[in-house]
Design a protein around this ligand. Structure first.
Ligand SMILES: CC(=O)SCCNC(=O)CCNC(=O)[C@H](O)C(C)(C)COP(=O)(O)OP(=O)(O)OC[C@H]1O[C@@H](n2cnc3c(N)ncnc32)[C@H](O)[C@@H]1OP(=O)(O)O
Length: 409
């Protein structure tokens, strides 16, 4: 039977989303979560693949603005809700949907597409590179302590219901967004994501709690977390489960971590995601007792090479001719002269001889400044064609801090 791919109609959302749920295992999402994603769905950017009356494939995109090196918020499509019904897999439906999505992103003039993947092996073939990583930590707070700023600098802590202080937390978050590549400007509706707290997802932990770090009545940071009380033969053995933590200065950050490390009746702190260069790794007395686990974060696809490379800045002056290969989006293929520095860049087509050749996938990995092109040359997919261009270009691409996004989408 033939399939038809078309834009989602609002009346079809429930059926479309049920199919997405089914493709992920068929456990219905809690109603709060479903309602959140319903509200955030951008219909004109969501597609369904239909066979007869049945939806057999789903995909969508969010219209994000993402911080890139230099701090600018750049339009980026957040590719999401991708699924193919289990009876219809491995016959090219995903490939067809990715074709459609990336053509649409290009038509909309967004230079980048990003996603967080259910499995990291899926998207490389479509030109996505792993552009950020994240650390999960399980900190033994009985054995690992905190060093570093122990003066409070006027910071006091206050417990509050997360919903009551959401605006304060969002204001802190908004100030953190330009400081780290990969962070997303939150458009209306997205502020609900970090407060999502369905009972079914708590696994025995408390509802979400919030502690604010304040100085002179101003909010300087926050942590949202849950407590999971547990008792063993030796007594209390509870867990602090951290949802998120943002702070505007080192003193507020240290005060929040110190609080989380010291909550009575707990002996561990579980942290789902932190940047790989989180200062916490230098504040803890024993990083081995934090059991850090590394995983892929954002997968990034450069959809328009010229616009994407002009949207960011470079750590040092760079003037290089890149030869890009891009089988899935051939409009990017060919030679581009990139000239840039800490203030800005130009990137235009050229017929000059290529100095560095790379696939669009490695360009995506290097784009947010978290992976060195020199290190990526080890894949064999970044090649230096003119001596000494690799090291210089690699230095220019590196960012001041590691890219990171604190949540999926
Ligand atoms: C951003 C997000 O939303 S991530 C969520 C992704 N969705 C899921 O994980 C839900 C469960 N899985 C699925 O729904 C499907 O298996 C999908 C969407 C991952 C793949 O859909 P399909 O229609 O089977 O993919 P399609 O047939 O187009 O495969 C294209 C290629 O990708 C490969 N591929 C497909 N799925 C995977 C996978 N999970 N891991 C590695 N490779 C894969 C195929 O083998 C094929 O390779 P080839 O080109 O060398 O032959």
């Amino acid at each position: 039977m033939t399939t038809e791919t078309r834009v989602l109609r609002p009346a079809e959302w429930d059926e479309w989303y049920d199919r997405l749920d089914l493709a992920f295992g068929g456990v219905p999402e809690p109603p709060e979560e479903r309602e959140l994603w319903h509200g955030l769905t951008e219909y004109d950017r969501s597609i369904g693949v239909w066979e007869g009356g049945d939806c057999v494939g789903t995909a969508g995109a969010f219209s994000f603005r993402m911080t890139v090196p230099g701090g600018a918020p750049v339009p980026a499509a957040g590719v999401t809700m991708v699924s193919v019904l289990s009876t219809h897999r491995r016959r090219g439906i995903l490939t067809g949907m990715m074709r459609r999505v990336l053509d649409d992103v290009r038509a909309l003039g967004e230079p980048l597409a990003v996603l967080t993947a259910s499995e990291p092996g899926i998207y490389g073939r479509f030109g996505y590179g792993i552009a950020s990583q994240e650390l999960a930590l399980e900190i033994d707070t009985e054995r690992a302590g905190l060093t570093g700023p122990d003066h409070t600098d006027g910071v006091t802590l206050r417990l509050a219901a997360p919903g009551d202080v959401q605006d304060r937390c969002e204001a802190v978050y908004a100030r953190r967004v330009p400081a780290r590549p990969g962070m997303l400007t939150r458009s209306p509706g997205w502020e609900r994501l970090p407060l999502l707290d369905p009972e079914a997802g708590r696994a025995g932990a408390s509802p979400l709690q919030c502690v604010l770090a304040e100085r002179d009545g101003e909010t300087a940071g926050y942590a949202r977390y849950a407590l999971k009380p547990e008792w063993g033969p030796q007594g209390a053995d509870g867990t602090v489960v951290l949802r998120d933590l943002e702070a505007l200065d080192p003193e507020a950050s240290a005060a929040l971590w110190r609080f989380l490390f010291g909550i009575d009746l707990t002996s561990r702190l579980r942290v789902r995601s932190r940047p790989v260069d989180d200062p916490l790794l230098h504040l803890v007395s024993d990083v081995r007792r934090c059991s850090p686990r590394l995983r892929d974060g954002l997968h990034l696809r450069v959809v328009d090479v010229g616009a994407a490379l002009e949207a960011r800045t470079y750590a040092c002056p760079v003037d290089v001719v890149l030869e890009i290969t891009d089988a899935f989006c051939p409009w990017n293929e060919g030679r581009w002269r990139l000239s840039g520095d800490t203030k800005g860049a130009s990137c235009t087509r050229t017929s000059d001889p290529a100095e560095l050749s790379l696939s669009v996938r490695e360009l995506g990995s290097a784009y947010l400044g978290g992976f060195s092109l020199a290190a990526l040359a080890g894949t064999g997919r970044v090649r230096e064609l003119r001596r000494e261009t690799l090291g210089r270009t690699a230095r220019a691409f590196l960012g001041e801090v590691a890219p990171w996004l604190p949540h999926g989408f």
